[in-house]
Design a protein around this ligand. Sequence first.
Ligand code: PHE
Length: 331
Amino acid sequence: MEEIFSKINQAKNTTELEEIRISVMGKKGSLTAKFAALKNCDEAQKKTLAKELNLLKMEFEKALANKKEELSFKELQEKLQAQKIDVSLFSSCSFKGSNHPIMLMLDRIVEYFLSMNFMIKTGPLVEDDFHNFEALNLPKYHPARDMQDTFYFKDGKLLRTHTSPVQIRTMESQKPPIRMICPGNVFRCDYDLTHTPMFHQVEGLVVENGKDSVSFANLKFILEDFLKYMFGDVKVRFRSSYFPFTEPSAEVDMSCIFCKGEGCRVCSHTGWLEVLGCGCVSENVFKAVGYENVSGYAFGLGVERFAMLAYSVPDLRAFFESDLRILEQFQ
Ligand code: PHE
């Protein structure tokens, strides 16, 4: 047995230790055999021998456990040493993550309106008919509903087609004055070169107490200032248009940033690019949210369109295809 204890002491690793354990305590182990031989002894012999064997077994197990702890610790240290990573080593992989161009553009837009004291509001993507249409002066069967091809759910709910419902929800939950923008993604059943079924909008709403507090002139100032902030020295014009939720309504054009108004392929040789929809908030919208004796303006823009113009991206789909060659250019 002495020999076995010295073997344990000299074991170099846990595998050797396990071999020793098997040679002593395994099915064909030396100690196992001694225990088995007990059945051939007479009663008195059996008693003393069994006691001795049990003591021996306990000592053996203790020695084994102690050595195992020592060797396991040593092996762990060796393993950690071998797997150590030098984080200060030079790496040849230089690709860093970057923001998506849509998010970059969204950040710039939001930055402008924050500087003009607008609050940022968000709302649900799955909307009800009231918030997406009715409250915005678009009753059922109104022909202007066809302006936006809508994704409907079986229960009558829908994917919001614009972020305007956030304006309704904000007006329902707080009193004027309101000065807010609602950035977010919106959904329309449309897919071609210039439309994707999901895209991003930023809409804005300003409401003040008093019938004449806010006018089209205020709207005109903020949008002109905004477009100059985004695109530099551009000319801006307001073209009379129609939206059910605003009256009067206008579409906003800026002089083409590529040809400076001379006429080119991007502006279809008109010299102008259409970039925003806007107007003074319709009385019917105020009625739907229970507002009286107020005035306000609203506007809306597509973030993808702004990003295409600002970053000269010719195809809208480039934003949604996750092509690293395109995304890497926005680091
Ligand atoms: N909600 C309009 C759209 O999605 C944009 C808009 C907002 C137009 C506010 C005018 C005023 O098309």
